[in-house]
Design a protein around this ligand. Structure first.
Ligand code: NAP
Length: 253
């Protein structure tokens, strides 16, 4: 049987966190350009003005701090009041505080709170809606750090490794409600988070040496994989780790 609109996300209601800039911005814009109704969630106040040119018909901005559980609940309430359903959640917001003391307790607490706990809480509240709908897709954005050891950033690496496993745990629990949960693992993508190492020739060369495709990723490289995992084309895919890393994990020599 031929399935129509296999890769379509048209009219799906999609929440993307950390959508003011970097990877989240590209992912949110990508879904918008493919016909979805998109909630751009971020703490950056300029967000609302930034996306105003897209009009209000299919974009909504929510300015909030994902470290606040009440704010997380409010995202879900607002989405349901306005659009009546949530089809896709993309837990993209993340922080890397590597430039501070990596073994500082506060760095640990803060990093785990945003990279792991916020994704858990938002998934928990969104999945209650998806359970009623008996459908939904959740995508967690982790990192190569979920798979490999990188220096001087233990809280980031631990948070991403845990988010990778949370993906599998929730995929297991939510499958019975037709909800799929998957993990996208970006490699080195040029954003504010990685600009310092991109601009340092020694650090950049170290990273370049790992990338089979011989270039750093751009945030737009994450759009296709996220749309795929959110669409009917991925109906039989749950609990996976999808590296989007230019071949980093595949490279031997
Ligand atoms: N860039 C890479 O190479 C790379 C590689 C692997 C994985 N990733 C992952 O991809 C995701 C996005 O990274 P990125 O490179 O696009 O980073 P980015 O440019 O720093 O963008 C992250 C966005 O999330 C927002 N955010 C952070 N904490 C928040 C909070 N508590 N509440 C609301 N919004 C918050 C940030 O706001 P502020 O500017 O105010 O912090 C920022 O707008 C992260 O999960 C990151 O770990 C990135």
């Amino acid at each position: 049987m031929v399935q129509n609109n296999l890769f379509s996300v048209k009219d799906k209601v999609v929440i993307v966190t950390g959508a003011a800039r970097g990877n989240g911005r590209a992912i949110a814009e990508g879904f918008f350009h493919h016909g979805a109704i998109v909630y751009f969630v971020d703490r950056l106040k300029e967000l609302e003005d930034d996306i105003s040119s897209y009009g209000k018909e299919r974009t909504r901005s929510i300015i909030c701090d994902l470290g606040d559980e009440e704010a997380i609940k409010a995202i879900v309430t607002e989405s349901i009041e306005r659009d009546g359903r949530i089809d896709v959640l993309i837990n993209n917001a993340g922080i890397s505080l590597a430039s501070e003391d990596p073994y500082d307790n506060d760095v640990w607490e803060q990093t785990l709170k945003i990279n792991l706990k916020a994704a858990f809480l938002l998934s928990k509240y969104v999945s209650k809606i998806m359970i009623q709908q008996e459908s939904g897709a959740i995508i967690n954005i982790t990192s190569l750090g979920a798979m490999l050891g990188f220096p001087n950033n233990p809280s980031y690496i631990a948070s991403k490794g845990a988010l990778k496993q949370l993906t599998k745990a929730m995929a297991r629990d939510l499958a019975q409600y037709n909800i799929r949960v998957n993990n996208v693992c970006p490699g080195y993508i040029l954003t504010n988070m990685t600009r310092k190492s991109y601009n340092d020739p020694v650090l950049k060369r170290e990273r370049d040496n790992h990338i089979i495709l011989e270039r750093w990723g751009s945030p737009s490289d994450l759009v296709g994989p996220c749309i795929f995992l959110a669409s009917n084309a991925a109906n039989y895919i749950t609990g996976i780790d999808l590296p989007v890393d230019g071949g980093w994990l595949a490279k031997g020599l």
